[in-house]
Design a protein around this ligand. Structure first.
Ligand code: SF4
Length: 331
C-alpha cells in the first residue's frame, strides 16, 4: 500500500578521492547533494547515462559505500551513520539484484545450495525438510521448476540465472530491493518476462523497488515515479505516467528523444540538445548547471548558478532555471 515513507534520502553526497588529491577540489563527485523519498509499495526509477551516479546512489543505500555526507533514513533509522554491527539486522531487509548475477554466485554451489544459504542466513532453526520446502517455494515464486535446485549456475540460461538472483534476494525476506540494471544484459524478449515477474512479485509480496537503469523506456514500464540523474545531480522527478506527456528538463527530453533511434540530430535539436555529446566526467563537472555545455537553452545565469531542484506542483520537481510552475500541468 502506498502512502508510508519507507526510505528518505536527504542531501546525500558521495565523493571519491581522485589520485593525488584530497576531498573537495580534485575529488570526483559521483553523487552531489541529492534528496528523494520512496513510499512503501512504490517502484522508484533512477535513470541516467553511465557515470551519472545512479549505481553509486544504490550502493550508498545498501551501505556498500559509506556516504561522504547526508542521510539515508530507512524506517526512520539513518543508515548513513550506522556502524557495521548496527547495520547487521537491517541488511537482510534491503537486498540487491545485479545486472548479471553470475559473478555473485559461487559456481561450485547448486541453485538449491545458493537459496539454502540465503534462507538460513537469518539464524532461525529449521529442519532439512522445511529448508527444502522453502527452496522449492522460492524457485516457484520466480517461475523456475523445483527440480532446478540441482542445477549449477553455468547450467542455467541468462534469464534463469536472473530469476535465481531474484529468488536469492526474496529468500532474505526483504522489504526493499535495489535492482541495478536487472534486465540490461538480457535479450529483449526475456527483458519483458523479467519486468512482468518483478511486477507480479511486488503485487504478491508487497515489495518496494528502487529500479536503476540507463534505459528510460524500460524504467517507464515498471516505475511509479522516475528520478532523472545527470553528473551526480537529480535534475527531474516526476510521476512515471507523465514522462512522455510532460517532460520539462532538457536532459529528460534528450533521453526520451533517444528512445526510438539512436541519433536523430534534428529531433535532438528540436528538444533543445546541442549536437555536442562530449559528456563531462563527475570529476570535471562544469560550473553552474551541469547540463549547460549540452543545452541549447543555456543562458549566462546557467553557466554561473547551479539550479536547485524545485517543486513545480503535481509531484513534479525540476532543476532548471527556465522551468516554471505553469510547465508542470496536471495531465
Ligand atoms: Fe539548460 Fe539552463 Fe535549464 Fe541547465 S538551467 S537545463 S543550462 S536551461
Amino acid at each position: 500500500m502506498l502512502g508510508d515513507k519507507l526510505l528518505e534520502v536527504r542531501n546525500l553526497r558521495m565523493y571519491f578521492r581522485a589520485a593525488g588529491s584530497g576531498f573537495g577540489k580534485g575529488s570526483a563527485k559521483a553523487v552531489d547533494d541529492i534528496s528523494f523519498s520512496v513510499e512503501k509499495g512504490q517502484t522508484f526509477g533512477l535513470v541516467g547515462e553511465s557515470g551519472c551516479g545512479k549505481t553509486t546512489t544504490g550502493k550508498c543505500i545498501l551501505r556498500m559505500n559509506k556516504p561522504t555526507s547526508g542521510h539515508i533514513f530507512y524506517k526512520g533509522q539513518d543508515l548513513a551513520t550506522m556502524t557495521d554491527s548496527q547495520l547487521k539486522p537491517i541488511r537482510r531487509q534491503i537486498q540487491l539484484i545485479f545486472q548479471d548475477p553470475y559473478g555473485s554466485f559461487d559456481p561450485r554451489q547448486s541453485a538449491g545450495a545458493i537459496l539454502k544459504d540465503a534462507i538460513t542466513g537469518d539464524g532461525k532453526r529449521r529442519t532439512r525438510m522445511e529448508i527444502d520446502a522453502e527452496v522449492s517455494r522460492y524457485l516457484e515464486l520466480v517461475e523456475l521448476l523445483p527440480s532446478m535446485a540441482d542445477r549449477y549456475p553455468h547450467e542455467l540460461s541468462g534469464g534463469q540465472r536472473q530469476r535465481l538472483g531474484i529468488a536469492r534476494a526474496l529468500a532474505c525476506n526483504p522489504e526493499l530491493i535495489v535492482c541495478d540494471e536487472p534486465v540490461s544484459a538480457l535479450d529483449v524478449s526475456i527483458q519483458a518476462q523479467i519486468i512482468n515477474l518483478f511486477e507480479d512479485l511486488k503485487a504478491k509480496l508487497g515489495l518496494t523497488y528502487i529500479f536503476i537503469a540507463h534505459d528510460i523506456a524500460v524504467v517507464r514500464h515498471i516505475a511509479d515515479v522516475i528520478a532523472v540523474m545527470y553528473l551526480g545531480h537529480i535534475v527531474e522527478i516526476m510521476d512515471a505516467k507523465h514522462i512522455f506527456a510532460n517532460p520539462i528538463h532538457p536532459y529528460t527530453k534528450y533521453l526520451l528523444a533517444a528512445i526510438p533511434a539512436a541519433d536523430h540530430a534534428e529531433e535532438r535539436e528540436r528538444n533543445g540538445i546541442l549536437p555536442n555529446d562530449d559528456i563531462p566526467r563527475p570529476g570535471n563537472a562544469p560550473s553552474g548547471c551541469p547540463f549547460h555545455p549540452r543545452c541549447a537553452h543555456a543562458a549566462e545565469s546557467c553557466r554561473q548558478h547551479r539550479p536547485e531542484l524545485r517543486d513545480l506542483g503535481y509531484g513534479h520537481f525540476v532543476a532548471c532555471h527556465m522551468a516554471t510552475a505553469s510547465d508542470a500541468m496536471d495531465k
